[in-house]
Design a protein around this ligand. Sequence first.
Ligand code: 0WD
Length: 256
Amino acid sequence: MKLLEGKTALVTGVANDYSIAWGIAQALREHGAEVAFTYQNERLKEKMSDLVKPFNPKLLTELDVTKDADIARVGQEVFAVYGKLDIFVHSLAFVPKEDLHGDFYKASRAGFAMANDISSYSLIAVTNALLPAFEAAGGGSVMYLTYIGGEYAISTYGLAGVTKAALEISGKYLAQSLGDKKIRVNGISAGPIKTLAARGIKNFSGLQQKAQDFMPLKGEMTPADVAGTAVFLGSDLSKSITGEIIHVDNGFHCVR
Ligand code: 0WD
């Protein structure tokens, strides 16, 4: 029997086949899960329909996390289509370019609010909308993607780091408040991986090279490297783990 046989997963944050969420979705399916997808907007609809064809998903639906109506609808759709949910993968983030690239002390009020709304509040709001489906499953696993820039000030990550700190502590408070419902909430703190979002970070290659020079384990990281941990967190093997953040970064977090 496969590790995730009988489990249903909702994966957000696939923008293309380089996305970390795409690597995670493939691994979840490989291990037996049925996967539903969301895409951010109409512009991505056609591309996503093509990309996810091999999954033949029963649900592929639009979700812009800035819209309460989208969030509520997705919660209802998941329940209506699958009758339950076991795994939710939050793999999305956004920081306005001017606030990501400028001097940190010049971060705008509007940029700060928008970055946190999309990148961290969304974990709380979407998890809440999915509760009926999780409760129907008798519990479940929520996981989110974070970065070490939420623990330390990393040059060029700026405001994105603030959203990651908010995301990580939101994950812990969610873990606390959802424990009674047997819903676990954990973070994966990934090392630098070349994706669309990463390309938006100034001198990402420099950041990646620097990390690789320090990493105890060598080699460029890929979404597939992160996906194994996602499978573990989605499975019953991790049933006593919640409020945790696992660094999947070739050991970068433990060296200076
Ligand atoms: O090195 C990296 N790539 C790392 C990424 C290291 C550590 C953590 N992460 C995190 C990111 O911060 C993010 O939380 O992993 C998560 C996934 O990021 P990714 O796979 O690197 O990036 P990407 O493939 O671009 O997917 C993120 C997607 C967006 O793509 P673009 O690049 O088009 O903004 O997040 C989605 C969107 O599809 N997204 C939204 N989804 C719903 N509503 C929204 C929104 N408002 N805004 C962005």
